[in-house]
Every structure is written in C-alpha cells, then in structure tokens.
Design a protein around this ligand. Sequence first.
Ligand SMILES: C[S@@+](CC[C@H](N)C(=O)[O-])C[C@H]1O[C@@H](n2cnc3c(N)ncnc32)[C@H](O)[C@@H]1O
Length: 271
Amino acid sequence: MAEAGEWQLAESGPEAYEQYLVPALFAPWAERLIERVDLQKGDRVLDVGCGTGIVARYAAGVVGDDGTVVGLDVNEGMLEVARATSTEVTSAVEWRRGDAMDLPFTDGTFDVVLCQQAIQFVADPSAALREMRRVLAPYGRMAISVLRPLAFNPGYGVLADALERHIGDDAGAMMRSPFPDWEGEMLRALADDAGFRDRAVTIEISAVRYPSIEEFVRREAASSPLAGPLGSLDRDVRGTLIREIEDALGEYVDDDGIVIPLESYVLVAHR
Ligand SMILES: C[S@@+](CC[C@H](N)C(=O)[O-])C[C@H]1O[C@@H](n2cnc3c(N)ncnc32)[C@H](O)[C@@H]1O
C-alpha cells in the first residue's frame, strides 16, 4: 500500500497562515496598504476581514495611544491567532467577531477602514462596501486590496490546476478562490455604487518567495482547508503533483528557491 502522511503539520490552518503566508505575503502588503491611506496618530481604524491581524497590528503601531484599532472577522479561529499574536504595542487592538456585510458599529465610528484580501470572500461585496462607508466619519478614508484574476497570477493557476487533477474539483476551486474574476472597472463601480468619492484603483505588482516548489505547495495548502486532503494524499501522487508544478514553473526557480509574481488591485476612496 502506498504511504501517505508526513506532510501533516502540527499547526492549525490559522496558525500556519500566520507562520507562512503572513511574513511571505500579507505583511509587506499590509505596510503598503497603510501607506495608501496616510494613516495618522490618533486615527480610529477598522480592519475588515482582519484574519490573524497583520493590518490591524501595523495600524496600531501608527495610530498610537490616542487612536483605536478594531480587527473584525467572521472566523473565530483566525481571531484566536490574532489575539495570541498581539504584542505589547498592539494589545490595545479590539478583536471582534462579525460580518463585513453587517458591521456591528454605529454610523461614522472610524476615520479609516482597511480591508486586505478579504472582500473576494464576502458573499455580497456591494453590501460590504456600503457598510464600510456607513461606519466611516465624513472625509474618512478606505483602502481595499484584492488579487487580480488568475490570468495575472499564473503561478497560482498552475497550483490550482494540479490540485484539481490530483485531489479534486473542490481543491482547485479553493485555491482559485482568492483570485476573483474581477476587473478594475468592477471595483470602481462597487465604490461608486456605495457612494464613495475620489476613488482610485491601482495595480500593485509584487512577488512571493518560497525555498522550493515543494514548500510552496506545502505551505499554501497548510494555511488553507487543503491541509488535510493534501497531507493524506498518497506519497507517489504527491510526488507527481509537485513534479508537474516544477515542470510548469521551472522558469521561476532560481538559486534562492522559487519566486512567484503576484498582482493585486488596490482601491482607495473617501467617504
Ligand atoms: C485571505 S484572509 C485575509 C486576512 C487579513 N486581512 C490579512 O491580510 O492577512 C481573508 C479573511 O476574510 C475573512 N472573511 C471572509 N468573509 C468575511 C465576512 N463576510 N466578514 C468578515 N470577514 C470575512 C476570512 O475569515 C479571512 O480571515
């Protein structure tokens, strides 16, 4: 019988997300997102879909004791890691369970609303944007980032296709889900329809590095619900899956491992 296992990770999905994906991807993005809204000392900030909290933590470091930061997410597991990861500087962040489509705050509570790589998972993004505008004070600022379609993020298309072939349709769909088929025009329309002013959509091009293609697959899967299915995959099948990705992405392998280009939209607007 072929062997499985050995790829199971001790961490939970949210712990793996914080350990692997945050330093590689979400932390550098968070710094840039915060720059886009010119965050100031004393600002009151809401981080929607905060996950394990990287945007809220950076924001807390900027707004200082006179400001406030709330991190909101539907997923209690992500919030638990956010709480556990808080440092002395960021212990003042309030971590709150809630839905982006029905924000549990009164009108005009915040100066800044941030939402990094979460709007694509919300069932009704228009409702979420209306809510974000509602909780902003007059002249409040908003910044949202969302990955561009897979056509602009080919490394992840290769990974999703391989997962689909060897694990199943759901696995492929899961790996594609962060890359909605949205054009910049759609983001502009979302902002306009929600009543935002001065909106601007820009394209941000970055890259993620992993020490090898095997680690690319393992860490991405570990940080998602695919940890179980991939970890228990027959070892030979897993070897085939990795070889296929190596064949497809060989051009991105260098002496430091693999580098994968990534493109996102960033939408910035005022209330
Ligand atoms: C890819 S993670 C991004 C997390 C975080 N913003 C970051 O940059 O690391 C997406 C997050 O959106 C959250 N999310 C999905 N739908 C949501 C909703 N309707 N309301 C609030 N959070 C939601 C998920 O639970 C998840 O933590």
